[in-house]
Design a protein around this ligand. Sequence first.
Ligand code: IMP
Ligand code: MG
Length: 182
Amino acid sequence: MKKRSKKKFKPLIKKKRISQRIEQLAGMIENDFKGTELILIGLLKGSFIFLADLVRSLHKADITLVINFIHVSSYGDNTVSSKNFKLEKNISIDINKKNVLLVDDILDTGRTLHFVHSYLIKKHPEILKTCVLLDKPARRAVPFKADYRGFEVENKFLIGYGLDYQGLYRELPYISTIDPND
Ligand code: IMP
Ligand code: MG
């Protein structure tokens, strides 16, 4: 794999803007769930940094937070609407009659969240909401709206803050664009 200098990446959304926005999202979540137990389900791997910061922004909230993870992988042609998903790692708790917040890094075509949401709803949670840091509405292939979303972004490939390009650059503390042809 060709190595790139990380210095080349220019922040599209800076670290400070991300943390300010996460504080706001946490405020909305606190409003909606105060006094209750909330199970946050992070979609691996992309959500791990966002989820970590989101729960820390909720540490003073009057919410009993439970963290869990799910991992799905997709295969097949990305250009067809019938993309297939494989459940790589299931949740390890019972969400029946529970309040659940599904958390992901980015809502792109919507297929992943549509799949995971449909899968979790069959487990009969009391409430199932979704929270994404980024939303690329121009790319939507299946209708899906997140209940909480950080930033609406243009149709450009993004890296950093959990998002990867070929498994790399998740560690960047900001969101940047990357041109795969570079
Ligand atoms: P969707 O199923 O097309 O909505 O895609 C969701 C998943 O694709 C996300 O959880 C990301 O892992 C990945 N993804 C979509 N857009 C980007 C991007 O711009 N950069 C990195 N990963 C992305
Ligand atoms: Mg992902």
